[in-house]
Design a protein around this ligand. Structure first.
Ligand code: HEM
Ligand code: HEM
Ligand SMILES: [Fe+2]
Length: 448
Protein backbone atom coordinates (compact mmCIF):
# COMPACT_ATOMS: atom_id res chain seq x y z
CA UNK A 1 0.00 0.00 0.00
CA UNK A 2 1.34 3.43 -0.88
CA UNK A 3 -0.49 6.19 0.94
CA UNK A 4 -2.94 6.38 3.80
CA UNK A 5 -5.73 7.57 1.49
CA UNK A 6 -5.11 4.70 -0.91
CA UNK A 7 -5.40 2.22 1.96
CA UNK A 8 -8.74 3.77 2.92
CA UNK A 9 -10.05 3.74 -0.65
CA UNK A 10 -9.06 0.07 -0.94
CA UNK A 11 -10.96 -0.79 2.25
CA UNK A 12 -14.10 0.80 0.78
CA UNK A 13 -13.64 -1.18 -2.43
CA UNK A 14 -13.29 -4.48 -0.56
CA UNK A 15 -16.48 -3.97 1.47
CA UNK A 16 -18.34 -2.83 -1.67
CA UNK A 17 -17.28 -5.95 -3.61
CA UNK A 18 -18.34 -8.33 -0.83
CA UNK A 19 -21.75 -6.65 -0.61
CA UNK A 20 -22.07 -6.92 -4.41
CA UNK A 21 -21.80 -10.72 -4.15
CA UNK A 22 -24.45 -10.76 -1.43
CA UNK A 23 -26.74 -8.55 -3.56
CA UNK A 24 -26.54 -10.87 -6.54
CA UNK A 25 -27.14 -13.96 -4.37
CA UNK A 26 -30.30 -12.30 -3.11
CA UNK A 27 -31.32 -11.53 -6.73
CA UNK A 28 -31.00 -15.24 -7.56
CA UNK A 29 -33.32 -16.12 -4.71
CA UNK A 30 -35.88 -13.56 -5.97
CA UNK A 31 -35.81 -14.86 -9.54
CA UNK A 32 -36.19 -18.48 -8.40
CA UNK A 33 -39.40 -17.55 -6.58
CA UNK A 34 -40.91 -16.23 -9.81
CA UNK A 35 -40.81 -19.61 -11.54
CA UNK A 36 -40.69 -22.13 -8.68
CA UNK A 37 -43.42 -22.07 -6.05
CA UNK A 38 -41.55 -22.28 -2.75
CA UNK A 39 -43.40 -23.83 0.25
CA UNK A 40 -45.58 -21.42 2.22
CA UNK A 41 -43.56 -22.08 5.38
CA UNK A 42 -40.46 -20.65 3.67
CA UNK A 43 -42.43 -17.65 2.42
CA UNK A 44 -43.76 -17.02 5.91
CA UNK A 45 -40.25 -17.05 7.33
CA UNK A 46 -38.57 -15.08 4.54
CA UNK A 47 -41.08 -13.24 2.33
CA UNK A 48 -40.30 -12.08 -1.22
CA UNK A 49 -40.63 -8.44 -0.12
CA UNK A 50 -37.93 -8.91 2.53
CA UNK A 51 -35.52 -10.50 0.07
CA UNK A 52 -36.30 -7.76 -2.45
CA UNK A 53 -35.56 -5.06 0.11
CA UNK A 54 -32.24 -6.77 0.86
CA UNK A 55 -31.38 -7.09 -2.85
CA UNK A 56 -32.04 -3.44 -3.66
CA UNK A 57 -30.65 -1.92 -0.45
CA UNK A 58 -27.45 -3.95 -0.80
CA UNK A 59 -27.23 -2.57 -4.34
CA UNK A 60 -27.53 1.04 -3.18
CA UNK A 61 -25.11 0.47 -0.29
CA UNK A 62 -22.33 -1.14 -2.31
CA UNK A 63 -22.60 1.37 -5.15
CA UNK A 64 -22.44 4.29 -2.69
CA UNK A 65 -19.49 2.79 -0.77
CA UNK A 66 -17.75 2.33 -4.13
CA UNK A 67 -18.40 6.00 -5.01
CA UNK A 68 -17.10 7.08 -1.59
CA UNK A 69 -13.88 5.07 -1.88
CA UNK A 70 -13.42 6.40 -5.42
CA UNK A 71 -14.03 9.96 -4.21
CA UNK A 72 -11.37 9.67 -1.51
CA UNK A 73 -8.98 8.33 -4.15
CA UNK A 74 -9.80 11.04 -6.73
CA UNK A 75 -9.60 13.80 -4.12
CA UNK A 76 -6.15 12.73 -3.03
CA UNK A 77 -4.87 12.53 -6.63
CA UNK A 78 -6.45 15.82 -7.71
CA UNK A 79 -5.33 17.76 -4.62
CA UNK A 80 -1.99 15.98 -4.63
CA UNK A 81 -2.36 15.34 -0.91
CA UNK A 82 -3.94 13.10 1.70
CA UNK A 83 -7.44 13.02 3.15
CA UNK A 84 -7.39 15.39 6.15
CA UNK A 85 -9.04 13.03 8.64
CA UNK A 86 -8.10 9.46 7.70
CA UNK A 87 -9.36 7.89 10.94
CA UNK A 88 -12.71 9.54 10.47
CA UNK A 89 -12.92 8.10 6.95
CA UNK A 90 -12.37 4.62 8.41
CA UNK A 91 -14.88 5.27 11.18
CA UNK A 92 -17.37 6.31 8.49
CA UNK A 93 -16.88 3.01 6.66
CA UNK A 94 -17.49 1.06 9.88
CA UNK A 95 -20.53 3.20 10.74
CA UNK A 96 -22.16 2.77 7.32
CA UNK A 97 -21.37 -0.95 7.18
CA UNK A 98 -22.85 -1.56 10.63
CA UNK A 99 -25.92 0.50 9.70
CA UNK A 100 -26.26 -1.70 6.62
CA UNK A 101 -26.02 -4.88 8.69
CA UNK A 102 -28.57 -3.52 11.20
CA UNK A 103 -30.92 -2.68 8.32
CA UNK A 104 -30.63 -6.19 6.80
CA UNK A 105 -31.26 -7.89 10.14
CA UNK A 106 -34.10 -5.44 10.79
CA UNK A 107 -35.79 -6.26 7.44
CA UNK A 108 -35.73 -9.91 8.42
CA UNK A 109 -37.78 -9.06 11.52
CA UNK A 110 -40.12 -6.74 9.65
CA UNK A 111 -38.46 -3.48 10.75
CA UNK A 112 -39.01 -1.45 7.57
CA UNK A 113 -40.43 1.84 6.35
CA UNK A 114 -41.95 0.00 3.38
CA UNK A 115 -40.94 2.40 0.61
CA UNK A 116 -39.14 0.43 -2.13
CA UNK A 117 -35.37 1.00 -2.18
CA UNK A 118 -35.67 3.26 0.89
CA UNK A 119 -36.94 0.62 3.31
CA UNK A 120 -34.51 1.46 6.07
CA UNK A 121 -36.29 2.81 9.16
CA UNK A 122 -35.99 6.47 10.16
CA UNK A 123 -33.76 5.71 13.17
CA UNK A 124 -31.16 4.19 10.87
CA UNK A 125 -31.67 7.03 8.37
CA UNK A 126 -30.10 9.33 10.96
CA UNK A 127 -26.98 7.14 11.08
CA UNK A 128 -26.79 7.28 7.27
CA UNK A 129 -27.05 11.07 7.44
CA UNK A 130 -24.28 11.15 10.08
CA UNK A 131 -22.09 9.02 7.79
CA UNK A 132 -22.84 11.29 4.82
CA UNK A 133 -22.03 14.43 6.83
CA UNK A 134 -18.70 12.97 8.00
CA UNK A 135 -17.92 12.05 4.40
CA UNK A 136 -18.79 15.46 2.92
CA UNK A 137 -16.90 17.28 5.69
CA UNK A 138 -13.82 15.13 5.13
CA UNK A 139 -13.81 15.45 1.35
CA UNK A 140 -14.78 19.14 1.43
CA UNK A 141 -12.10 20.00 3.99
CA UNK A 142 -9.45 18.09 2.04
CA UNK A 143 -10.30 20.12 -1.07
CA UNK A 144 -10.46 23.43 0.80
CA UNK A 145 -7.14 22.86 2.61
CA UNK A 146 -5.40 21.89 -0.63
CA UNK A 147 -6.98 24.81 -2.50
CA UNK A 148 -6.16 23.30 -5.91
CA UNK A 149 -9.61 23.32 -7.47
CA UNK A 150 -10.33 21.35 -10.61
CA UNK A 151 -13.55 20.83 -12.58
CA UNK A 152 -13.49 17.13 -11.70
CA UNK A 153 -13.35 17.85 -7.95
CA UNK A 154 -16.05 20.52 -8.22
CA UNK A 155 -18.49 18.30 -10.13
CA UNK A 156 -17.81 15.37 -7.84
CA UNK A 157 -18.46 17.44 -4.73
CA UNK A 158 -21.52 19.07 -6.34
CA UNK A 159 -22.96 15.65 -7.23
CA UNK A 160 -22.30 14.32 -3.73
CA UNK A 161 -23.94 17.28 -1.98
CA UNK A 162 -26.93 17.00 -4.34
CA UNK A 163 -27.13 13.28 -3.52
CA UNK A 164 -27.05 13.89 0.25
CA UNK A 165 -29.64 16.68 0.18
CA UNK A 166 -32.09 14.61 -1.88
CA UNK A 167 -31.87 11.76 0.63
CA UNK A 168 -33.48 14.03 3.24
CA UNK A 169 -36.73 14.24 1.22
CA UNK A 170 -37.22 10.47 1.51
CA UNK A 171 -36.90 10.40 5.31
CA UNK A 172 -40.30 11.63 6.55
CA UNK A 173 -43.48 9.63 6.08
CA UNK A 174 -46.09 11.85 4.42
CA UNK A 175 -49.61 10.87 5.45
CA UNK A 176 -50.93 11.68 1.98
CA UNK A 177 -49.69 8.73 -0.08
CA UNK A 178 -49.60 10.69 -3.35
CA UNK A 179 -47.26 13.15 -1.64
CA UNK A 180 -45.20 10.30 -0.20
CA UNK A 181 -44.58 8.87 -3.69
CA UNK A 182 -44.00 12.35 -5.10
CA UNK A 183 -41.04 12.93 -2.78
CA UNK A 184 -39.93 9.31 -3.04
CA UNK A 185 -39.09 10.09 -6.68
CA UNK A 186 -37.05 13.10 -5.60
CA UNK A 187 -34.69 10.56 -4.07
CA UNK A 188 -34.92 7.72 -6.60
CA UNK A 189 -35.12 9.64 -9.86
CA UNK A 190 -32.99 12.64 -8.87
CA UNK A 191 -30.35 10.25 -7.63
CA UNK A 192 -29.94 7.98 -10.64
CA UNK A 193 -30.82 10.54 -13.30
CA UNK A 194 -29.34 13.60 -11.55
CA UNK A 195 -26.78 13.43 -8.75
CA UNK A 196 -25.34 10.02 -9.67
CA UNK A 197 -25.00 11.05 -13.31
CA UNK A 198 -22.91 14.04 -12.21
CA UNK A 199 -20.72 11.73 -10.13
CA UNK A 200 -20.49 9.28 -13.05
CA UNK A 201 -19.51 12.05 -15.47
CA UNK A 202 -16.81 13.31 -13.09
CA UNK A 203 -15.41 9.82 -12.40
CA UNK A 204 -15.47 8.92 -16.11
CA UNK A 205 -13.62 12.15 -16.92
CA UNK A 206 -11.04 11.28 -14.25
CA UNK A 207 -10.62 7.73 -15.55
CA UNK A 208 -10.21 8.91 -19.15
CA UNK A 209 -7.64 11.48 -18.10
CA UNK A 210 -5.66 8.92 -16.12
CA UNK A 211 -5.76 6.32 -18.88
CA UNK A 212 -5.03 8.54 -21.87
CA UNK A 213 -3.22 11.54 -20.44
CA UNK A 214 -5.58 13.63 -22.59
CA UNK A 215 -5.41 17.36 -21.94
CA UNK A 216 -7.38 18.46 -18.87
CA UNK A 217 -8.93 21.36 -20.80
CA UNK A 218 -10.59 18.97 -23.27
CA UNK A 219 -11.88 16.74 -20.48
CA UNK A 220 -13.30 19.76 -18.65
CA UNK A 221 -15.04 21.12 -21.73
CA UNK A 222 -16.92 17.84 -22.24
CA UNK A 223 -17.64 17.59 -18.55
CA UNK A 224 -19.35 21.00 -18.42
CA UNK A 225 -21.56 20.24 -21.42
CA UNK A 226 -22.54 16.84 -19.97
CA UNK A 227 -23.32 18.28 -16.54
CA UNK A 228 -25.42 21.09 -18.00
CA UNK A 229 -27.44 18.66 -20.12
CA UNK A 230 -27.86 16.16 -17.28
CA UNK A 231 -29.26 18.84 -14.98
CA UNK A 232 -31.44 20.40 -17.67
CA UNK A 233 -33.08 17.15 -18.80
CA UNK A 234 -32.87 15.13 -15.58
CA UNK A 235 -34.51 17.57 -13.15
CA UNK A 236 -37.63 18.31 -15.21
CA UNK A 237 -37.51 14.70 -16.46
CA UNK A 238 -38.65 13.70 -12.94
CA UNK A 239 -42.09 14.34 -14.42
CA UNK A 240 -42.02 10.94 -16.17
CA UNK A 241 -42.91 9.51 -12.73
CA UNK A 242 -45.79 11.91 -12.13
CA UNK A 243 -48.14 10.65 -14.84
CA UNK A 244 -50.36 8.46 -12.65
CA UNK A 245 -49.84 9.49 -9.06
CA UNK A 246 -52.16 12.44 -8.78
CA UNK A 247 -49.77 15.25 -9.78
CA UNK A 248 -50.99 18.05 -12.10
CA UNK A 249 -51.71 16.99 -15.70
CA UNK A 250 -49.07 19.22 -17.31
CA UNK A 251 -46.43 16.75 -16.11
CA UNK A 252 -47.45 14.37 -18.90
CA UNK A 253 -46.05 16.90 -21.37
CA UNK A 254 -43.11 18.18 -19.33
CA UNK A 255 -42.07 14.75 -18.11
CA UNK A 256 -42.47 13.15 -21.53
CA UNK A 257 -40.53 15.75 -23.48
CA UNK A 258 -37.69 16.41 -21.04
CA UNK A 259 -37.12 12.76 -20.12
CA UNK A 260 -37.09 11.86 -23.82
CA UNK A 261 -34.05 14.18 -24.05
CA UNK A 262 -32.23 12.42 -21.21
CA UNK A 263 -30.41 9.96 -23.49
CA UNK A 264 -28.56 12.92 -25.09
CA UNK A 265 -25.97 13.61 -22.36
CA UNK A 266 -25.46 9.84 -22.01
CA UNK A 267 -24.79 9.59 -25.73
CA UNK A 268 -22.35 12.46 -25.36
CA UNK A 269 -20.40 10.40 -22.80
CA UNK A 270 -20.22 7.52 -25.27
CA UNK A 271 -19.02 9.81 -28.09
CA UNK A 272 -16.46 11.38 -25.78
CA UNK A 273 -15.00 8.04 -24.65
CA UNK A 274 -14.99 6.61 -28.18
CA UNK A 275 -13.21 9.70 -29.48
CA UNK A 276 -10.45 9.14 -26.92
CA UNK A 277 -10.23 5.50 -27.98
CA UNK A 278 -9.96 6.40 -31.65
CA UNK A 279 -7.41 9.19 -31.12
CA UNK A 280 -5.08 6.88 -29.28
CA UNK A 281 -1.93 5.87 -31.06
CA UNK A 282 -0.72 3.58 -28.28
CA UNK A 283 -2.47 0.31 -27.53
CA UNK A 284 -5.30 0.41 -25.01
CA UNK A 285 -3.59 -0.57 -21.79
CA UNK A 286 -4.42 -1.98 -19.33
CA UNK A 287 -6.72 -3.98 -21.60
CA UNK A 288 -9.13 -4.87 -18.82
CA UNK A 289 -9.73 -1.31 -17.59
CA UNK A 290 -10.60 -0.33 -21.16
CA UNK A 291 -12.90 -3.33 -21.57
CA UNK A 292 -14.85 -2.28 -18.49
CA UNK A 293 -14.84 1.40 -19.47
CA UNK A 294 -16.20 0.79 -22.97
CA UNK A 295 -18.67 -1.77 -21.62
CA UNK A 296 -19.81 0.83 -19.10
CA UNK A 297 -20.43 3.69 -21.53
CA UNK A 298 -22.18 1.42 -24.05
CA UNK A 299 -24.43 -0.35 -21.52
CA UNK A 300 -25.12 2.94 -19.72
CA UNK A 301 -26.54 4.17 -22.99
CA UNK A 302 -28.45 0.99 -23.80
CA UNK A 303 -29.85 0.42 -20.28
CA UNK A 304 -30.64 3.99 -19.26
CA UNK A 305 -30.90 5.73 -22.64
CA UNK A 306 -32.61 3.18 -24.89
CA UNK A 307 -34.49 1.02 -22.36
CA UNK A 308 -35.41 4.20 -20.46
CA UNK A 309 -36.64 5.96 -23.59
CA UNK A 310 -38.70 2.91 -24.56
CA UNK A 311 -41.20 3.47 -21.74
CA UNK A 312 -40.81 7.14 -20.87
CA UNK A 313 -43.60 8.60 -23.02
CA UNK A 314 -46.98 8.65 -21.21
CA UNK A 315 -48.69 6.88 -24.14
CA UNK A 316 -46.47 3.83 -23.57
CA UNK A 317 -45.97 4.15 -19.83
CA UNK A 318 -49.75 3.94 -19.42
CA UNK A 319 -49.42 0.25 -20.32
CA UNK A 320 -45.96 -0.67 -19.00
CA UNK A 321 -45.94 1.22 -15.66
CA UNK A 322 -44.68 -0.93 -12.79
CA UNK A 323 -44.40 -4.09 -14.92
CA UNK A 324 -41.43 -6.35 -15.64
CA UNK A 325 -40.55 -3.86 -18.42
CA UNK A 326 -39.54 -1.50 -15.61
CA UNK A 327 -37.52 -4.29 -13.98
CA UNK A 328 -35.65 -4.94 -17.26
CA UNK A 329 -34.73 -1.27 -17.53
CA UNK A 330 -33.81 -1.04 -13.83
CA UNK A 331 -31.33 -3.91 -14.12
CA UNK A 332 -29.61 -2.90 -17.32
CA UNK A 333 -29.39 0.77 -16.33
CA UNK A 334 -28.08 0.17 -12.81
CA UNK A 335 -25.61 -2.45 -13.98
CA UNK A 336 -24.44 -0.59 -17.08
CA UNK A 337 -24.18 2.84 -15.54
CA UNK A 338 -23.19 2.32 -11.93
CA UNK A 339 -22.04 -1.26 -11.28
CA UNK A 340 -19.69 -1.18 -14.28
CA UNK A 341 -18.56 2.36 -13.39
CA UNK A 342 -17.47 1.18 -9.95
CA UNK A 343 -15.79 -1.91 -11.39
CA UNK A 344 -13.95 0.22 -13.99
CA UNK A 345 -12.75 2.49 -11.21
CA UNK A 346 -11.60 -0.48 -9.11
CA UNK A 347 -9.64 -1.84 -12.09
CA UNK A 348 -8.04 1.58 -12.57
CA UNK A 349 -7.21 2.18 -8.92
CA UNK A 350 -6.36 -1.20 -7.37
CA UNK A 351 -3.21 -1.91 -9.47
CA UNK A 352 -2.03 1.62 -8.65
CA UNK A 353 -2.82 1.20 -4.97
CA UNK A 354 -0.93 -2.08 -4.94
CA UNK A 355 1.94 -0.32 -6.68
CA UNK A 356 2.20 -2.11 -10.01
CA UNK A 357 1.11 0.61 -12.38
CA UNK A 358 3.45 -0.44 -15.18
CA UNK A 359 3.32 -4.17 -14.72
CA UNK A 360 0.90 -6.24 -16.70
CA UNK A 361 -1.28 -8.59 -14.67
CA UNK A 362 -3.07 -11.64 -15.97
CA UNK A 363 -6.47 -10.30 -17.11
CA UNK A 364 -8.10 -13.66 -17.92
CA UNK A 365 -10.25 -14.09 -14.79
CA UNK A 366 -11.47 -10.49 -15.00
CA UNK A 367 -12.13 -10.82 -18.72
CA UNK A 368 -14.20 -13.97 -18.26
CA UNK A 369 -16.03 -12.32 -15.37
CA UNK A 370 -16.83 -9.25 -17.47
CA UNK A 371 -18.34 -11.24 -20.35
CA UNK A 372 -20.26 -13.66 -18.14
CA UNK A 373 -21.73 -10.89 -15.97
CA UNK A 374 -22.47 -8.57 -18.90
CA UNK A 375 -23.93 -11.11 -21.33
CA UNK A 376 -25.79 -12.81 -18.47
CA UNK A 377 -27.29 -9.50 -17.42
CA UNK A 378 -28.19 -8.61 -20.99
CA UNK A 379 -29.95 -11.99 -21.40
CA UNK A 380 -31.68 -11.57 -18.06
CA UNK A 381 -32.93 -8.10 -18.99
CA UNK A 382 -34.20 -9.34 -22.35
CA UNK A 383 -36.07 -12.18 -20.59
CA UNK A 384 -37.55 -9.63 -18.15
CA UNK A 385 -38.54 -7.51 -21.17
CA UNK A 386 -40.41 -10.38 -22.84
CA UNK A 387 -42.08 -11.18 -19.51
CA UNK A 388 -42.96 -7.49 -19.21
CA UNK A 389 -44.49 -7.16 -22.65
CA UNK A 390 -46.47 -10.35 -22.04
CA UNK A 391 -47.58 -9.05 -18.64
CA UNK A 392 -48.59 -5.71 -20.15
CA UNK A 393 -50.69 -7.44 -22.81
CA UNK A 394 -52.35 -9.97 -20.50
CA UNK A 395 -53.03 -7.61 -17.58
CA UNK A 396 -53.48 -4.19 -19.16
CA UNK A 397 -54.96 -5.02 -22.57
CA UNK A 398 -56.87 -8.26 -21.82
CA UNK A 399 -57.54 -7.33 -18.22
CA UNK A 400 -56.48 -10.69 -16.73
CA UNK A 401 -55.97 -10.82 -12.96
CA UNK A 402 -52.33 -10.67 -11.76
CA UNK A 403 -52.01 -14.28 -10.62
CA UNK A 404 -53.66 -15.71 -13.77
CA UNK A 405 -51.31 -13.69 -15.97
CA UNK A 406 -48.32 -15.03 -13.99
CA UNK A 407 -48.67 -18.56 -15.42
CA UNK A 408 -47.54 -17.83 -19.01
CA UNK A 409 -44.93 -15.39 -17.66
CA UNK A 410 -43.36 -18.08 -15.46
CA UNK A 411 -41.29 -19.57 -18.31
CA UNK A 412 -39.65 -16.22 -19.05
CA UNK A 413 -38.83 -15.68 -15.40
CA UNK A 414 -37.17 -19.11 -15.46
CA UNK A 415 -35.08 -18.00 -18.44
CA UNK A 416 -34.22 -14.83 -16.51
CA UNK A 417 -33.10 -16.96 -13.55
CA UNK A 418 -30.83 -19.12 -15.74
CA UNK A 419 -29.16 -15.97 -17.02
CA UNK A 420 -28.99 -14.77 -13.42
CA UNK A 421 -26.87 -17.83 -12.59
CA UNK A 422 -24.43 -16.77 -15.35
CA UNK A 423 -24.36 -13.26 -13.84
CA UNK A 424 -23.57 -14.75 -10.43
CA UNK A 425 -20.67 -16.79 -11.84
CA UNK A 426 -19.33 -13.70 -13.63
CA UNK A 427 -19.55 -11.58 -10.48
CA UNK A 428 -17.73 -14.23 -8.42
CA UNK A 429 -14.90 -14.26 -10.99
CA UNK A 430 -14.67 -10.46 -11.06
CA UNK A 431 -14.63 -10.10 -7.28
CA UNK A 432 -12.08 -12.88 -6.86
CA UNK A 433 -9.87 -11.32 -9.53
CA UNK A 434 -10.05 -7.80 -8.10
CA UNK A 435 -9.34 -8.95 -4.56
CA UNK A 436 -6.33 -11.04 -5.57
CA UNK A 437 -4.78 -8.84 -8.29
CA UNK A 438 -1.02 -9.27 -8.40
CA UNK A 439 1.64 -8.08 -10.84
CA UNK A 440 2.76 -10.30 -13.68
CA UNK A 441 5.26 -9.55 -16.42
CA UNK A 442 6.17 -5.89 -17.09
CA UNK A 443 3.97 -4.45 -19.84
CA UNK A 444 5.13 -4.75 -23.42
CA UNK A 445 3.96 -1.62 -25.20
CA UNK A 446 3.61 -2.61 -28.84
CA UNK A 447 2.72 0.41 -30.98
CA UNK A 448 -0.75 0.13 -32.51
C1 HEM B 1 -28.47 5.28 -15.05
C2 HEM B 1 -29.62 5.83 -15.06
C3 HEM B 1 -30.89 5.15 -14.66
C4 HEM B 1 -31.13 4.19 -13.71
C5 HEM B 1 -30.12 3.54 -12.78
C6 HEM B 1 -32.55 3.92 -13.73
C7 HEM B 1 -33.19 3.01 -12.90
C8 HEM B 1 -34.56 2.90 -12.78
C9 HEM B 1 -35.25 2.04 -11.83
C10 HEM B 1 -34.59 1.14 -10.79
C11 HEM B 1 -36.58 2.23 -12.01
C12 HEM B 1 -37.70 1.53 -11.23
C13 HEM B 1 -38.13 2.31 -10.06
C14 HEM B 1 -39.28 1.63 -9.36
O1 HEM B 1 -40.44 1.87 -9.77
O2 HEM B 1 -39.03 0.83 -8.45
C15 HEM B 1 -36.74 3.18 -13.09
C16 HEM B 1 -37.96 3.62 -13.58
C17 HEM B 1 -38.09 4.38 -14.74
N1 HEM B 1 -37.07 4.86 -15.53
FE1 HEM B 1 -35.11 4.74 -15.15
N2 HEM B 1 -33.13 4.69 -14.70
C18 HEM B 1 -32.16 5.46 -15.30
C19 HEM B 1 -32.31 6.34 -16.34
C20 HEM B 1 -33.49 6.54 -17.03
C21 HEM B 1 -33.64 7.36 -18.21
C22 HEM B 1 -32.51 8.14 -18.87
C23 HEM B 1 -34.95 7.30 -18.58
C24 HEM B 1 -35.66 7.94 -19.75
C25 HEM B 1 -35.11 8.20 -20.88
C26 HEM B 1 -35.63 6.46 -17.62
C27 HEM B 1 -36.99 6.17 -17.61
C28 HEM B 1 -37.64 5.53 -16.59
C29 HEM B 1 -39.09 5.47 -16.46
C30 HEM B 1 -40.12 6.07 -17.41
C31 HEM B 1 -39.37 4.75 -15.30
C32 HEM B 1 -40.74 4.43 -14.71
C33 HEM B 1 -41.23 3.11 -15.17
C34 HEM B 1 -42.60 2.82 -14.65
O3 HEM B 1 -43.50 3.66 -14.85
O4 HEM B 1 -42.82 1.74 -14.07
N3 HEM B 1 -34.71 6.01 -16.70
N4 HEM B 1 -35.49 3.56 -13.56
C1 HEM C 1 -28.27 -13.00 -10.42
C2 HEM C 1 -28.54 -11.79 -10.81
C3 HEM C 1 -29.82 -11.08 -10.49
C4 HEM C 1 -31.09 -11.58 -10.46
C5 HEM C 1 -31.54 -12.99 -10.78
C6 HEM C 1 -31.97 -10.49 -10.10
C7 HEM C 1 -33.34 -10.60 -9.95
C8 HEM C 1 -34.18 -9.62 -9.49
C9 HEM C 1 -35.60 -9.76 -9.26
C10 HEM C 1 -36.39 -11.03 -9.51
C11 HEM C 1 -36.06 -8.58 -8.81
C12 HEM C 1 -37.50 -8.28 -8.37
C13 HEM C 1 -38.31 -7.74 -9.50
C14 HEM C 1 -39.75 -7.56 -9.09
O1 HEM C 1 -40.02 -7.05 -8.00
O2 HEM C 1 -40.63 -7.96 -9.86
C15 HEM C 1 -34.96 -7.66 -8.78
C16 HEM C 1 -35.04 -6.33 -8.46
C17 HEM C 1 -34.03 -5.42 -8.72
N1 HEM C 1 -32.70 -5.72 -9.03
FE1 HEM C 1 -31.98 -7.55 -9.44
N2 HEM C 1 -31.23 -9.36 -9.92
C18 HEM C 1 -29.91 -9.69 -10.16
C19 HEM C 1 -28.84 -8.83 -10.14
C20 HEM C 1 -28.95 -7.47 -10.08
C21 HEM C 1 -27.90 -6.55 -10.36
C22 HEM C 1 -26.47 -6.92 -10.74
C23 HEM C 1 -28.43 -5.29 -10.24
C24 HEM C 1 -27.81 -3.95 -10.44
C25 HEM C 1 -26.58 -3.70 -10.63
C26 HEM C 1 -29.82 -5.44 -9.86
C27 HEM C 1 -30.71 -4.41 -9.64
C28 HEM C 1 -32.03 -4.55 -9.28
C29 HEM C 1 -32.95 -3.44 -9.11
C30 HEM C 1 -32.61 -1.96 -9.32
C31 HEM C 1 -34.19 -3.97 -8.75
C32 HEM C 1 -35.49 -3.19 -8.53
C33 HEM C 1 -36.15 -3.08 -9.88
C34 HEM C 1 -37.42 -2.25 -9.90
O3 HEM C 1 -37.80 -1.68 -8.89
O4 HEM C 1 -38.02 -2.15 -10.98
N3 HEM C 1 -30.10 -6.78 -9.76
N4 HEM C 1 -33.81 -8.32 -9.20
FE1 LIG D 1 -36.72 8.62 -13.78
Amino acid sequence: MKTRTETIAYQYFVVALLLFVLQVLMGMWLAIQYFYTVPQSVVDLFPFSTARAMHTNLLVLWILLGFMGATYYVTSVETNGEVVWPRLAQFQLVLLSLTGVAALVGFFFGWTQGKPLLEIPTTLDFLVVAGALIFLANVGMTMIRANRWTAIQGSLLGGLVFLAVMYLFGMPFYKNLARDWYYWWWVIHLWVEGAWELIAAALTAFILMQLTGVDRKIVEKWLYVELGLFLFTGIVGTGHHYYWLGAPKFWAWFGGIFSALEPLPILLMVVNAMRDVRNRTQPLRPVLTWTYLIGMVVLHFVGAGLFGFAHTLPQINYYTHGSQVTVAHGHLAFFGAYALLNLTFFYLAIPRIKGFLNAEYNPKTGQFGFWAATLGLLGMSLAFSVAGVLQTYLERVQGQPYMIAQEPIRLWMGIAAIHGAIVLIGVLFIVRHLLTLKPGRPAKFVPA
